[in-house]
Design a protein around this ligand. Sequence first.
Ligand code: X5A
Ligand code: ZN
Length: 723
Amino acid sequence: MTTGVVYDQRMADHKCLWDLKYNEKPERFINVLKRCEELKLLQRCLPLKPREATEEELLKLHTPDMISILKDTENISDEEALEKLSSKYDFLYIHPSTYQLSLLAAGSTVELVSNILDGKIRNGMAIIRPPGHHAMKSEYCGYCFYNNVAIAAQHALDNRGLKRILIVDWDIHHGQATQQMFYGDPRVLYFSIHGFQNGAFWPHLRESDYHYIGRGAGLGYNINVPMNEVKMGNSDYMAIFHQLLLPIAYEFNPELIIVSAGYDAALGCPEGEMEITPACYSHFTNSLMGLANGRLAVVLEGGYCLKSLSEGAALTLRTLLGDPCPPLLSNLDTPTKSAQNTILSVMYVLRRYWKCLQHLEVFSVQEIKDATKIRENQFWPQIEFLGSDEKPETYPTRDICPVQDPKVAAELDAQLDVLIAGTCLDVQQYRVGFVANSTECIESLSEIIQRCHMLPTDRTETGAGRTTSAILLNLIDSLVDGTCRSGIAIGDNSCHIVVDSLKYAIDDRSLQNVMFIDMRTHPDREIQKFFQEDVRILYASLFAFLDSCGSESVGAKTTKLAVNVGLQQSCGDGDVLSALFRILLPVAYQFGPQLIVVAADHSPSGGVSSECFGQVIHLLTSLCGGRLAVIFKHNKDPSSSLSGLKICVKALLGDPISMLTPEGTNQQLNVVSMSAIHNVIREQNAFWNALKFEVQVPDINVLIPPYMNDGKVLRYNPELLQH
Ligand code: X5A
Ligand code: ZN
């Protein structure tokens, strides 16, 4: 099963005839294709035939006027008339080709989604324009005429009977139209991260703020993550993924994901003024590929810096094709204060709808009477709106795009060149290496293991003074040499073997840093003692404490180099994912290892499913270019379950991994496990400052936050508590 791509060369025709300075211009399309071509991506995709949307498809979400008004412009070559019509809409121009191309954009998006649902392709990308997510039921807006993504989602609901679709909108602008279309529909979870600036950012709507969470049955299924400052970057966005999007997405358990993929939050874009690096879009993409059985449709929206647009879009497609995620060139750090506030605000309004958000502690509002009573560990959500509710009769049609100062533009361009040149696009010959002392007892897996590259079990040369485990050293060699991207070893995984191989990677193979994660039900905490003083090796464990909970920080208090998350044995998938998203991934992204070694059991125990283990492995592959070595102990018992081992091989091979069952993610978080996670975060966030979300939120659950901030005094309005 491959990756599909859909585009139509005619999409370069649509342009503004009276103002060439519009940033939604043909080169956006041309350059994206060109970069995909350069990286030889298009030839690896299954090309889908672009087609026009049918009237029936359009009328599900748009009024008949939306078709006829645009259709009537097809034959207008009078620029003045086109400009006059365009001025009736917010931020828009119309070209004689616009009608046909808008139909093509919408129809091609439906085509992409239906090919995914037919199983003809696993995932894919629509490289299209005009974009769609601002096109409302009966109003064109923001360069958009028909809502491509929404129409495709509606098609999946109506014609394929889908029950859960996740729309992720990472365009810098709020897809207010998509929000409106599914606001009351719990079958479509709309998740948008967008610039807001408290309403000062286009489209200046109150409804783009975080407390617009859906209506009726759709309550909790509309999620806005408004950014109130510019220059937000990878750390802010990845924190939103780890703290909000991914936990919620795993709990929602979508059958299909559609991305409204704008690249206008990328570094260099004059619209967004944000700083996401192109490679980060690979990380966004890969982190969604474990969900929905891999059914992921990426649909181009905005993006107005040609360089970061084409690079970001090409890296997205490359990731869909299964190539490794290029490591981010700078390790992640604390999200900005403003992004933290946004994340906490979203958690606060949504925590009654999503179990994964129910880990925050609360404080009593009754005790808070003014701002001075808010303690440092207490968060007080606020709402501020600087926009205006008035709509003009006509909109300007010329000189409305932001223009960068040439000096700034040159600087950003140079930064992008450095990023692009430094991004590792290596692809190893083999995806998964496999080495085992003996293959007896794993015969039942022979089919899947045959797809791996067999590594030798012996070696003539051992690392200096290392007499142990040839298989582990061979595996590490193949990863460091670049023969295999990832690998599996089955054999002895006792303490000294693991320690020796980690030392080998660092001392003999000169890796700068390695992360070791013990995911066994009974982690071997002896291992951490060997690396207490070694900043190059980060030890982490999950599970473990049956008698006590909390983290254990061995080593000098100042270094805090062991991250032990003492989950309960009775915990479920949701708890494991919580530990992963709230601790392991943020820490790993801050550490930036060159290799991750995981020790795991053949099959997870307790309430944790093997699917969950597969998802964890998949999510870890975003790091260090997917250089992941997973070691299992050889088990002589032929009756023992190998479900964890099997799903791990599948995850590393890039096969779609089965979704978690509702029993896995639909249960309350385990109280003891949550307090363990909380303790780890509290103890470690001074060192791992990517961990910053442990503050208390008000104990009231209301639809509209019951507070106003008029200057310094915080008041809360008891009337609003009625909800
Ligand atoms: C699709 C898209 C943005 C319109 C710009 C408004 N539209 N300043 O990115
Ligand atoms: Zn946009």
